[in-house]
Structure formats: C-alpha cells, structure tokens
Design a protein around this ligand. Structure first.
Ligand code: 13P
Length: 248
C-alpha cells in the first residue's frame, strides 16, 4: 500500500498573522495525523513554516523553483535555497505557472531536475484544460507533460518525486473531477510510468488536485490510484485541511 499524502498549496495568500493561526492549528493536530502532510507556502513564509513545523510530522515546501542552479537571475529562488530552509517538497509545473508565467514542458523538466539535484522532492503537476478535455486530448496532454520529465531525468527519478494530477478546469472552480474521471487519468499516468519501470510506477504517489474539500476527499482518496490530494483553497482553513488529512 502506498502511503497517502495531503499537500496544501497556499498560492499567493497569507500574512504572518493569518499563517500563525493556521500553522498553530496544524501543529497541534500533527501528532494525530495518519497520512503524510505538507504545506507549500510563499517564499517569504518558509522560515515561519520551518519554525512552526520543525519536529512535527508535517513537512513544508515551496511553490516554484528556478530552473537554474545559481547566477544572475534577479527575482528567482534556487533549489539549494529552498533546501537550506528545510523544504522537503517543491511544486513544479503547476498549471498557474504554465499558463500565467509561460512555463514550457522543458522549463518544468529543468525545474524538476534542479529540485532533485538539491535533494528536494518535486511535486510534478500535470493536467488538461477544459478545451483539451472537450477535444478528447486529455491523455495526450498529460502524457506529453509527463514524458518531458521522463525523457529529461529518466524514470528512476520518479522514485524520488510525487505526481499531482490537476485538471485545470477543476482548480478554484468548485468543479471537482468525479472520482472515476480522476481515477482514469491517475491510472493512465501510472501505466505510462510502468511501461518503463513497473516498480517505480507501483511506488509512485499520485495526488489529485482541483477543488478538493472535506466533503469530496474521502471518495476521491478511495480510488485505487489516488494517493492523496494537492489542496488549494481548503488548505487555508485549518479545519478543512485537517479534515482532508483525516479523510486520507
Ligand atoms: P483548489 O483546491 O483551490 O481548487 O486549488 C487546487 C490547486 O491548484 C492546488 O495546487
């Protein structure tokens, strides 16, 4: 059995005061959690997450990382810097980065490689838009996004990574993929990895993201290839985040 993981993606929300309340709640509940849990926070709050969560079972991470190791890249943050702040995870290829910041498959693959080089566990996000789903190219899109990383880093790299399937049409819209719709894509991702390495595929945690809430988490996480969730909005509310962890 693969362990379940619930990762919160705070996106560009929060303040020192609001985070303190949220992190304190999470910290208090951490000892009772029976799944893996993590929060991916804005860069300026990494130290706050570290000081709140050190010594607990809850990990923290970034939401983005530079594809470069270091250098004259004003405004960028390197994987080594995230590692220094105790990050276990970093999101790469979130659909908002792909769509709003023009991150290509090859850029995402380079970020993935940088993260692993620094000892971080990348959470590689893949997923189709509504137009792509309606055009019947969901499998092709997800496979292309996955293959960019497989071709660059090799299949063995996925034994030190997490996948997240996030259909773009389900993000922040309140429209969740049905458990069956999500399961279909999760199974496809696992099968794709299994073509190169069955054992890696078997051990790979594949999270679902897109309007995960306390009310729908349990049925999603009950599907055989859904190993937890990547949670946006609901991760900003301690009760909701913890309820989703309880469902996992
Ligand atoms: P929501 O849970 O707010 O739909 O966001 C999902 C997401 O993008 C997590 O990375």
């Amino acid at each position: 059995m693969r362990a379940k993981l619930v990762a919160g993606n705070w996106k560009m929300y929060g303040s020192l005061a609001a985070n303190l309340k949220l992190l304190t709640h999470i910290k208090e509940a951490a000892a009772g959690l029976r799944c893996g849990a993590a929060v991916c926070v804005p860069f300026p709050y990494l130290e706050q997450a570290r000081s709140a969560l050190s010594g607990t079972s809850v990990a923290w991470g970034g939401q983005n990382v530079s594809e470069h190791e270091e250098g004259a890249y004003t405004g960028e943050v390197s994987a080594a810097m995230l590692q220094e702040f105790g990050c276990r995870y970093v999101l790469v290829g979130h659909s908002e980065r792909r769509a709003l910041f023009a991150e290509s498959d090859s850029t995402v693959a380079a970020k993935f490689a940088q993260a692993q080089r620094a000892g971080l566990i990348p959470i590689l996000c893949v997923g189709e838009t509504l137009a792509e789903r309606e055009d019947g190219v969901t499998a092709a899109v997800v496979t292309r996004q996955l293959d960019a990383v497989l071709n660059d880093s090799g299949v063995a790299a996925l034994s030190r990574a997490v996948l997240a399937y996030e259909p773009v049409w389900a993000i922040g819209t309140g429209k969740t993929a049905s458990p069956e719709q999500a399961q279909e894509v999760h199974a496809l991702i696992r099968a794709r990895v299994a073509q190169s390495a069955a054992a890696v595929a078997e051990g790979l945690q594949i999270l679902y993201g897109g309007s995960v809430k306390p009310g729908n988490a349990r049925e999603l996480f009950a599907m055989p290839d859904i190993d937890g969730g990547l949670v946006g909005g609901a991760s900003l509310v301690a009760e909701d985040f913890l309820a989703i962890c309880a469902a996992a």
